[in-house]
Design a protein around this ligand. Sequence first.
Ligand code: FAD
Length: 333
Amino acid sequence: SLRLLRTFKQQQRSAFARLLSSLAVLEQREGKLQSASLSAVTAAQKLGGQVTGFVAGSGVRLVAEEAAKVKGLEKIIMIENAAYDKALPENYAPLLAENIKKEQFTHVFAGHSAFGKNLMPRVAALLDVQQISDITAIEGEDTFVRPIYAGNAILTVQSSDKIKIITIRGTAFAAAEANGGSAEIINGVDPNVQIKTEWLSEDLAKSDRPDLATASKVVSGGRGLKSKEDFDRIILPLADALGAGIGASRAAVDSGFADNSLQVGQTGKNVAPQLYLCAGISGAIQHLAGMKDSKVIAAINKDADAPIFQVADVGLVGNLFEKVPELTEKLKQ
Ligand code: FAD
C-alpha cells in the first residue's frame, strides 16, 4: 500500500507539473544576457513544468538566441522594441503583465536585483496579486522561504494567488547552464504603452576587477581603513593579488572610502563567494545579512571581541595596516 501511495503521489506530482507553467524574466544590458538572471531559470526549474524565458529590447534577437541555448528553457518570448532597452518599469511592467496574461503563466521569476525589484511589484499590482520577495527556497507550488529582519528570521510563505510573482535571491540558486538547450523563439505581445518617463543617462562605476555580485572571491574593507587613500592603498592590492572583487561596509561607503555600488549587506548587495576576506569591519548584523552565506569567511580586526569573529572561519587579531600588506606580499610571492 505504501508503494501504491507513492505511485499515486508521483502521478499527482507529474499531473501537477504539467499544469505549471513558469516564466523566467531575463535581464539584458546593451544586448548581453546578464548571467545573474539565469538563477531565475534554475528557480523556475525547481517547480517542474514548462519554463519559458522572456527578453525585451532593441536588437534583442541575439539575446533571445543566446537564451535559447540555456539548458531547461523550452520557449523564449521575445519583444523587439527599443522602448524596453533600459527596462523602465513604467512600460516594462505592462509589457510583462500582458504577456503573462496571454500565456497564462502560473509562476513568474526574476532576480532580486535592481531590475527585479523595480519591475516585479508593479507587475504584481497590475495583475492584482501579492508579490513574493527575495526567496531562498521553494517548498512547493505555493510555498516559498524567505529571510526577514536582515536574515535573523526565516519566513515560510504560502500564497493562494493564481499567479505567483516572485523575486529570487541569486546566491540561493545556481545559474542555469548557458548551453545545452534549444528553445523555440516566439514573438510576444507588445502593448506599446505611451509613458511619460524618459531615460536620460546613467553614470556607471567601471572596473576591470571581478563584479562584486558574482566574484568567487571578495575582499571587503570597513571603517577601520580610516580614509579613502588608505582603502585604496591597503584593500585594492590585496584584492588584485587574489583576483578578487571589492566590497565595503556601509560605514566605509558613507565615509566616502568606497563607491556606493560596493556596499555589502542588508541595504547593499548579497554575496556568497567561495572566499569573503574582510578587514576593519566589525560585523554588524546588517553587514552579516549580505555575506554570511559565503563559503569561507576570513576576518582581520584589531578587536578580538568584534562580532565578525563569531561568523568567521578564519580570524586574525591584529592591526590591518600591518597585516594586510604583509598578506598581500606573501600572496604575490
Ligand atoms: P565599525 O562598526 O565602526 O567597525 C570598524 C571595525 O574596524 C571595528 O571592529 C574595529 O575594531 C576595526 N578596526 C579599526 N581600526 C583597525 C585597525 N587598524 N586594524 C584592524 N581593525 C581595525 N552596514 C553594512 O555594512 N551594510 C549594509 O547594507 C547596512 N545596512 C544597514 C541598514 C540599516 C537599516 C541600518 C540601521 C544599518 C545598516 N548598516 C549596514 C550599518 C551597520 O549597522 C554598521 O554600522 C556598519 O556595518 C559598520 O561598518 P564597519 O564594520 O565598517 O564599522
